[in-house]
Write a protein that binds this ligand. Structure first.
Ligand SMILES: [Zn+2]
Length: 658
């Protein structure tokens, strides 16, 4: 245990107040339908044996009549032999006029409200590229997202799309799950006087006559829920740029002339530049970044074209929502959760980017304060459901707990490994869809640490620790003081993971100094003793907001209940070695192994956070048994790992107790 000396912080530099819970909820997308949709029959994920490469959307939006006429050409590659049917998502509010492959008409039929089947009329081979055109018209359904055609009689009228999670099928035929990303073109025709803004780059515009047409092209593959456009006669714009490594990235703000909020977005170039320093450079630097008023429930990170309701009551300072939505262009748009169960890879990351921007503005202390605020939001409003495959798709567990988990991972790995890992994760998976394992694998590769324990408890496990911690100072020798503290994990073990393993810190405050002591909490009950040079005044768990937990603190240690820890399972590998160790020990730990024949192996002891704390044995034996004196180690969970010369290993778990 080592000691870090630092001055207690003076008055807070952070005098901004954080957004209220109601304001935070504006970030959480409207979810009244999304979870219902995910469990309904319309959430069809029977897999698909094709890969959509591109959507070419040609649509006339007759705003006064709330109707559209459209042709969507879907370019796809087949992934199996003898494919004779395409199953696509499309809402049956539309009248399909025809479906064609080239000049050949194809037959189709609806399967359910949000699905239809196209008979290809021939067997198509694997790896064939098809162009299938769907011609349709009608009035868009918007009960579950999609295209909102808004009459033009108000100075705040904007016609817009809003599609996450599965609203794209309500205005275009598509494969509507985020695992299949495609490039796309939007050729949107609207009544004269309307401007249209959309993802990507404006390729052309035709603004004469009664109907105007704008053609926007997105050249990086995107999930369908990110395809977006907005049309209005009422936009007021401002152009600026961000300097990303010498490249001027064009940025335009589109607000309403009657609600000129352009100044609120003056911070955006600085945030683009900051995220481009700590992450790979802004992924769409050769396109643009636009922020567009649309009357949605809050804000939506449509790629290169964030929609934000400028009437939504974000508070005085908009940095947090601007940073959150912008960061999705990395985490959500460039890399996209492949399944909705992995939504935290979008929303937890974007929430943590709010913390990072606050840290950039207000220093380490500002970052700590914002992280604590995010963690408290989860503690107050979250549930004990895991982050992975959450109970509410856009709930507090995906956003605030997901963000808290990243904050803790940064603490566990340290800044340099954490940011190196994030950068590699982004570059390795650019333009792809990702699952949680992709993220864990990269972080393990970069840190050279096994992170199963961390992801098991924080992503796949439920809830959080409830620590009860008590401390007792006692006079030591030479004017020094010993501080004994006991810590127990008292969370309800039916609802919450148990026992959490977590590196933590305690601070002892004495004579105007803060003394920090790191330790790893890993079982139901542990005791530690630390030493400070003068009489302690106070004591605090996690003084710098590194970890997510609830706690109660006592000024004695006897009030901390003893919580037993039972070993329920031992981790094992798959090589033919039998490795045994005491399940629990205090002074001496007995370790033995036997294998079919003599072969060289090494034995090491790791702590619960995966750090090697002691080499135990290295040599060649058929059988082996020894007692190791380990009374100097702190209490907690340890792993004994046996590795052979091929790098294969088996592991078993033990607990050191009082
Ligand atoms: Zn978000």
């Amino acid at each position: 245990m080592y000691l870090v000396l630092s001055l207690i912080f003076g008055l807070s530099e952070v005098n901004q107040s954080f957004p209220s819970f109601q304001q935070r909820m504006l970030l959480h997308k409207e979810e009244q339908y999304s979870n219902r949709l995910l469990v309904s029959g319309d959430y069809w994920d029977g897999g698909h044996d094709f890969d959509v490469l591109d959507y070419d959307i040609k649509m006339t939006v007759d705003i006064p009549n709330d109707s559209v006429w459209a042709a969507v050409i879907i370019k796809l590659k087949t992934l199996s032999d003898a494919l004779d049917t395409l199953r696509l998502n499309f809402h049956w509010c539309f009248m399909i006029d025809s479906v064609k492959e080239g000049a050949r008409s194809l037959s189709w039929k609806p399967v359910s409200m949000g699905n239809f089947k196209i008979a290809l009329g021939r067997d198509v081979n694997e790896n064939e590229t098809l162009l299938v055109a769907v011609y349709y018209h009608g009035r868009p359904n918007t009960s579950q997202g999609g295209l909102y055609v808004v009459s033009e009689d108000s100075p705040s009228s904007v016609t817009y799309t809003n599609c996450e999670p599965m609203g794209a099928r309500n205005w275009i035929p598509c494969y509507d799950l985020p695992s299949d990303k495609a490039t796309f073109t939007q050729r949107i025709t609207v009544p004269s006087g309307n401007q249209v803004v959309a993802n990507g780059v404006l390729e052309s515009s035709q603004t004469s006559g009664p109907w105007w047409t704008y053609t926007w092209r997105e050249q990086n593959p995107q999930a369908t829920y990110l395809i977006a456009f907005a049309a209005s006669r009422n936009f007021l714009t401002r152009d600026t740029f961000a300097d990303v490594n010498g490249t001027h990235v064009p940025m335009r703000t589109w607000v309403l002339a009657v609600n000129d909020m352009r100044d609120k977005f003056n911070v955006t170039p600085g945030i683009v530049e900051y995220f481009s320093e700590i992450f790979p450079p802004y992924p769409f630097s050769d396109q643009k970044y636009d922020q567009v008023h649309a009357p949605i429930g809050g804000a939506m990170e449509n790629t290169t074209c964030t929609f934000i309701n400028t009437y939504a009551g974000w508070g005085e300072i908009w940095d947090w929502v601007i940073a959150h939505e912008l960061s999705h262009d990395w985490w959500g748009d460039w890399l996209t959760c492949a399944t909705w169960a992995d939504i935290w890879l979008n929303e937890g990351f974007a929430t943590y980017c709010e913390v990072l921007w606050w840290e950039e503005l207000y220093g380490d202390y500002g970052g700590e304060e914002y992280a604590r605020y995010v963690m408290n939001t989860y503690l107050q409003y979250g549930t004990s459901h895991p982050v992975y495959d959450p109970d509410e798709l856009f709930g507090v567990n995906s956003y605030e707990k997901g963000g808290s988990v990243l904050h803790m991972l940064r603490w566990v790995l340290g800044d340099s490994l954490f940011f190196a890992g994030l950068n590699k994760y982004a570059l390795d998976n650019a333009d792809e869809s990702v699952i949680t394992d992709d993220f864990q694998n990269v972080m393990e590769e970069v840190s050279k640490k096994d992170l199963d324990w961390f992801f098991d408890e924080w992503i796949y496990g439920s809830g959080h620790p409830y620590y009860r911690i008590g401390w007792r100072p006692a006079k030591g020798s030479g004017g020094k003081y010993n501080v004994e503290f006991a810590i127990a994990q008292t969370q309800d073990q039916k609802m919450h993971f148990f026992p959490f393993v977590m590196p933590l810190e305690v601070a002892v405050y004495s004579a105007g100094h803060e003394y920090i002591f790191p330790f790893t909490d890993s079982i139901g009950y542990q005791k530690f003793t630390v030493e400070v040079p003068s009489k302690p005044d106070s004591f605090r768990l996690d003084p710098h907001s590194k970890a997510l937990f609830q706690s109660t603190q006592y000024d004695d240690i006897d009030s901390v209940p003893y919580i037993p820890t039972h070993i329920s399972e031992n981790h094992q590998g798959n090589i033919p070695v039998s490795l045994d160790a005491d399940g629990m020990f205090s002074g001496l730990l007995c370790v033995s192994f036997s294998q079919p024949r003599e072969a060289s192996v090494s034995l090491s002891l790791f702590d619960a956070a995966g750090r090697k704390v002691r080499p135990l044995y290295s040599g060649s034996s058929k059988t082996y048994k020894r007692f190791f004196p380990l009374s100097d180690l702190p209490n907690g969970v340890y792993f004994i790992r046996l590795e052979n010369s091929q790098g294969e290993s088996v592991t078993t778990k033990t607990i050191k107790v009082r």
